[in-house]
Design a protein around this ligand. Structure first.
Ligand SMILES: C[S@@+](CC[C@H](N)C(=O)[O-])C[C@H]1O[C@@H](n2cnc3c(N)ncnc32)[C@H](O)[C@@H]1O
Ligand SMILES: [Zn+2]
Length: 283
């Protein structure tokens, strides 16, 4: 079978990766480094390397998928797609999602963008997240640590998406095309404020916008704009359980205690409050 090129690069030697042997099953570079897909379709590039990070577990990823499937964060996904459509006018959209989780935003954005062809890389440290992301059409899902060199060539991406996940601005800058777009989503201080304490969640608010802008500016990513997106969600006890369990507190919370807390809270109106930060490479 003729090897098929991909837009990914080898995590060992940085040469381009091609599919070989059987389409979608094995990636190789011309130095002979070889990566076999897991049976769920994702590639684990961290094998044998070890990592200090705690990956999101299968139940945490399931909770995230169930919560997102109810559409509670759909306004954010829609806004991300609008921003990409306003900025990007090519038929082909090359996009990288750093810390992609289930691939929810990536999938929604690919569906909603005007481009007809998509080439997407989803990266996340969690194998369970990448099992889900591997199902997003036109997407290569890779278990990878976004603090390391990203497995894609210089200036190969139109868009870098980075939602509630670790930032690596130097690498985002390297992989973006000169007119590319980097969209970073953070939780605002009032995000989910009504239920953080009652559900024993950790606050998701991140550092101030100025700190983000300074950090990205230091890597030649120019701050184009930031916007706040805020609305009220009506959440039932299942949603509340999923919301708490899908976040960092999911590593520590007992499912049974959390279920009891969510049940006793019942229906709640909860604030969703996001910061959407838009960066572009400086000339
Ligand atoms: C709060 S979740 C957000 C996931 C997704 N972007 C979303 O909004 O649904 C944070 C994600 O970052 C991933 N993550 C944490 N540290 C990481 C790292 N060093 N490299 C890659 N992914 C990481 C976690 O596994 C998790 O899926
Ligand atoms: Zn290689």
């Amino acid at each position: 079978m003729t090897p098929e090129t991909t837009s990914a690069t080898c995590p060992v030697c940085e040469l381009p990766l091609v599919f070989s042997i059987e389409r979608q099953k094995t990636l190789t570079c011309s130095n002979g480094h070889r990566f076999d897909a897991a049976k769920q379709g994702y590639f684990n590039f961290l094998t044998g390397k070890g990592t200090n990070f705690l990956e999101d577990t299968a139940p945490m990823v399931q909770a995230r998928e169930d919560f997102q499937a109810k559409g509670h964060y759909a306004p954010l996904a829609q806004r991300l797609a609008e921003l990409i459509n306003q900025h990007h006018h090519r038929d082909v959209l090359d996009i990288l999602d750093a810390g992609a989780g289930t691939g929810y935003y990536l999938g929604e954005v690919l569906t909603a963008t005007a481009s007809t062809t998509h080439d997407a890389l989803a990266l996340d440290i969690s194998r369970y997240a990448m099992r889900r992301a591997a199902k997003v059409p036109s997407t290569l899902a890779m278990v990878w640590d976004v603090w390391r060199r990203l497995p894609t060539a210089d200036a190969s991406r139109d868009v870098v998406l980075n939602c509630f996940a670790p930032h690596n601005p130097a690498e985002f800058r390297r992989v973006l095309r000169p007119n590319g777009l980097c969209l970073v989503v953070t939780g605002q201080p009032d995000h989910l404020h009504e239920v953080i304490e009652p559900l024993g969640m950790l606050s998701v608010a991140e550092g101030k916008q100025e700190i983000l802008v300074e950090k990205f500016g230091g890597e030649q990513l120019e701050h184009m704009a930031s916007e706040n997106l805020s609305y009220t969600m009506k959440l039932d006890s299942v949603d509340l359980y999923n919301l708490a369990f899908m976040g960092p507190a999911g590593h520590h919370l007992s499912p049974q205690i959390l279920r009891d807390k969510a049940t006793s809270l019942g229906q709640q109106e909860v604030t969703a409050s996001f910061g959407v930060h838009i960066f572009s490479p400086q000339a």
